[in-house]
Design a protein around this ligand. Structure first.
Ligand SMILES: Cc1cc2nc3c(=O)[nH]c(=O)nc-3n(C[C@H](O)[C@H](O)[C@H](O)COP(=O)(O)O)c2cc1C
Length: 379
């Protein structure tokens, strides 16, 4: 078997992961008719375009229930393992992540699924570990999230997963959460010692978990200054465990030929067509689920209309998902902002759009070459 080291996604200073194209809605609580409808053939098309453009990875969201309301954000979603197996088969270079809810899939199931995708893709699989936060979604499975212990559970889950991926003789496991007999998996992943692992979290426990288990911490940020402290603490946490971790930011991109066009569109989607009621419900849910009280947005759950910003880069409107940083402007504006992120130590971001098919081609054509000229990416 050809063995390749775990993908590090190459040498670009600022990397991208096409995010959430497996769910409807375009990362905004909005009723805008232009928003992403999430049709399978369109997902394939944008994934292939991202692959050809040298985008580093595709990252689908694990979703079981959306947020309802007029925006119906993420009410429709394709299951991630099936999604990633299929995307792996129709792409050539791009990393293909699967997001797995640790309370919903056993480590042995995940090891087999991720190893399978690693073989389909010839060494491009990745794992995004999420420990769960939204009980409504888990009610579909009849599973209760243990808010206090979810990261401890996740860590044991990860240890079993990585031991399985090492290969070798069957082993027994007698842990707090799992009692296993003769655990093994075959085939193991092509990437050694295991495919790249990322974890999406914000709380201190979430960052500590990522520092122990992941190569990448994907995190939310309400502002760039907050991003800087997140990068610092994540690196400190990792250093305590003798590890290094990269930090990626969760972003929504609105890029148009001129700043004015980008700001008009962003205002239209995220404010004029905002579904305030659902934004407010989302905030209440997130706050209730934040066990150590750490959230990445203001605790105010009323969502009043927001007047038009003089400059919308990094600013939120009523329909914005709290913590998903809006990168809005002309191609030059976007590259300038990404240079600022890179300067504070952010290694990359999720790449999400209101409508991926309409907007990714322009981004690829105009932003990526400018990033090369700015020294943020190589051709
Ligand atoms: C980039 C990114 C991707 C995420 N993907 C998922 C997902 O697919 N499914 C999910 O239930 N939660 C997802 N989350 C939520 C996180 O797993 C986590 O619960 C949330 O960020 C709160 O962090 P905390 O638990 O550390 O407070 C994601 C978060 C981020 C920033």
């Amino acid at each position: 078997m050809r063995q390749v080291p775990t993908a590090t996604f190459g040498n670009n200073r600022f990397k991208f992961g096409l995010f959430c194209a497996n769910c409807n809605g375009g990362m905004t609580f909005s009723r805008a008719p232009e928003r992403w409808a999430c049709e399978w053939d369109d997902i394939v098309e944008v994934s292939k375009l991202a692959d050809d453009a040298g985008i580093e990875f595709v990252l689908p969201v694990a979703k079981w229930r959306g947020f309802g309301g007029d925006s119906a954000l993420w009410d429709k979603s394709f299951e991630v393992i099936a999604h990633s197996g299929a995307i792996a088969a129709v792409t050539k270079r791009i990393g293909v992540f699967s997001t797995i809810h640790t309370p919903l899939m056993t480590p042995a199931y995940a090891a087999k699924a991720i190893a399978t995708i690693d073989h389909i893709s010839h060494g491009r699989a990745g794992l995004n570990i999420v420990c769960g936060w939204n009980q409504d979604e888990f009610d579909i499975h009849g599973v209760t999230i243990d808010g206090e212990k979810r990261y401890e559970h996740g860590l044991e889950w990860y240890r079993i997963f990585s031991k399985l991926m090492e290969g070798g003789a069957p082993f027994d496991w007698d842990g707090e959460f799992y009692k296993l007999k003769h655990a093994f998996t075959d085939p193991v992943s092509i990437q050694r010692p295991r495919p790249a692992v990322m974890s999406a979290g914000f709380s201190n426990k979430g960052r500590d978990f990522a520092a122990r288990a992941a190569d990448i911490l994907f995190t939310n940020s309400a502002e760039l200054a907050m991003g800087e402290s997140v990068v610092r603490t994540a690196r400190d946490y990792a250093a305590r465990h003798g590890r290094h971790i990269d930090v990626y930011a969760s972003c929504l991109y609105v890029c148009r030929p001129t700043r004015e066009e980008a700001e008009d569109f962003y205002y239209h989607v995220a404010e004029e067509m905002a579904d305030r009621e659902t934004t407010s419900r989302f905030k209440r849910k997130r706050i209730a689920a934040a066990t150590d009280g750490e959230i990445q947005f203001s605790p105010e759950t009323e969502v009043p209309p927001v007047p038009r910003h003089a400059r919308a880069m990094g600013k939120f409107y009523s329909g914005s998902i709290p913590g998903v940083y809006p990168v809005v402007g002309s191609p030059d504006d976007i590259v300038e902002e990404l240079a600022r992120m890179s300067a504070i130590g952010v290694s990359g971001s999720s790449l999400a759009f209101v409508n991926y098919k309409n907007e990714l081609p322009f981004f690829v054509q105009e932003v990526l070459p400018r990033m090369v000229r700015a020294g943020l990416r190589t051709p």
